[in-house]
Design a protein around this ligand. Sequence first.
Ligand SMILES: NC(=O)c1ccc[n+]([C@@H]2O[C@H](COP(=O)([O-])OP(=O)(O)OC[C@H]3O[C@@H](n4cnc5c(N)ncnc54)[C@H](OP(=O)(O)O)[C@@H]3O)[C@@H](O)[C@H]2O)c1
Length: 229
Amino acid sequence: MLEPAGRVAMVSGASRGIGRAVADRLSRAGYRISAGLRDPRAAPDGWYACRYDAEKSGSEEAWTAATLDQFGRIDVLVNAAGINPMARFLDPDETAFDALMAVNVKAPMRVIRAAWPHLVASGSGRIVNIASLSGKRVRNDNAGYAIAKAALISLTQAVRREGWEHGIRATAFCPGFVETDMTAHVTKQPREMMSRPEDVAAVIETLVRLPNTASVAELLLNCRHEDML
Ligand SMILES: NC(=O)c1ccc[n+]([C@@H]2O[C@H](COP(=O)([O-])OP(=O)(O)OC[C@H]3O[C@@H](n4cnc5c(N)ncnc54)[C@H](OP(=O)(O)O)[C@@H]3O)[C@@H](O)[C@H]2O)c1
C-alpha cells in the first residue's frame, strides 16, 4: 500500500456529502488536502481550499495552479462534485441535460487534464471519478443523469488507457443511494438503509493507496440487492 505521508490529494465537492467525507478521511490518513469548492470558506481548518466552480471553464486551471503553488505536487484527484437535476430525454428543454454534461462529465475531464502532468510526475497518480450505479443501468426517469454517469465511466476508461504507462491508475466509483443532500428527496429507500458517506470514503482511501500493480477499474457499491449490481 502507498504511504499517504507527503502525498497531495485534490478533492472536488468537498463542501458536503461524499466529497466532504473523502477529504476528511484522506486528511486524517495523512494526505495533504486541496479542496476545490465554490465557497472556500466551507472548508475546515487544516485543508487548503481553493475556489472551484465546475460550471466555469478555467476554474480547474486556477485550482490546479494554486494547489501546485501550495504543495508543489499532485498525487491524487477525486472528482466528487456533481449534480442531478431531472433531465428526461423526451423533454425538449435541454437546460438540465447540458448542466449535467457540463458538471458531471466535462468538468472532471478538465480537472484531469489540468492535473495530468503532475499526476504523471507523481509516478503513482490516482484518480477516482465518482460515477454512479445510474451509469450502469437506468431505473428512473432521469436519463440525463444516467447518460452523464455512463460518460464519466467511459472517461475513466480513457484515463486508464492513457495513464497506465505513467503509473496513473483510475477508478470509476459507482455507488447506489448514499445518505447525502442529493438523496434527501428519495423515498424508495429509507435513509437509514442507504450507504453512508463515511463508508464510501473508507473504500476510496483503500483505492488511492493501492500500488500500481493493483488497479481497480470500476467499483460498484450498493445499499440494496439488485441482480448483477
Ligand atoms: N448521494 C448519492 O446517492 C450518490 C449516488 C451515486 C453517485 N453520487 C455522486 O457522488 C457525487 C457527490 O454527491 P453527493 O451525494 O455528495 O451530493 P451532494 O451532497 O449534493 O454534494 C454535491 C457536491 O457537489 C458540489 N457541486 C455541485 N455543483 C458544483 C459546481 N458547479 N462546482 C463545484 N462544486 C459543485 C457541491 O458544492 P456546493 O456545496 O457548493 O453546492 C457539493 O460539494 C456526485 O457526483 C453524485 O452524482 C451520489
